[in-house]
Design a protein around this ligand. Sequence first.
Ligand SMILES: [Zn+2]
Length: 53
Amino acid sequence: MIYFKACPKCRGDIRLQNDGTGDALHCLQCGFERAIAPHLLAKAREMRRVQAA
Ligand SMILES: [Zn+2]
């Protein structure tokens, strides 16, 4: 899954990936990475919906 323009550093596109230990966000443009908890993932979905509106 990809979150468009969701990177906090460069506003690039962020891909959600699972490295085997948990979900993590990875920016396709700048390489920003962050492990995320399920409740933060829900928040990211909320942000995307707001940005798309
Ligand atoms: Zn980035």
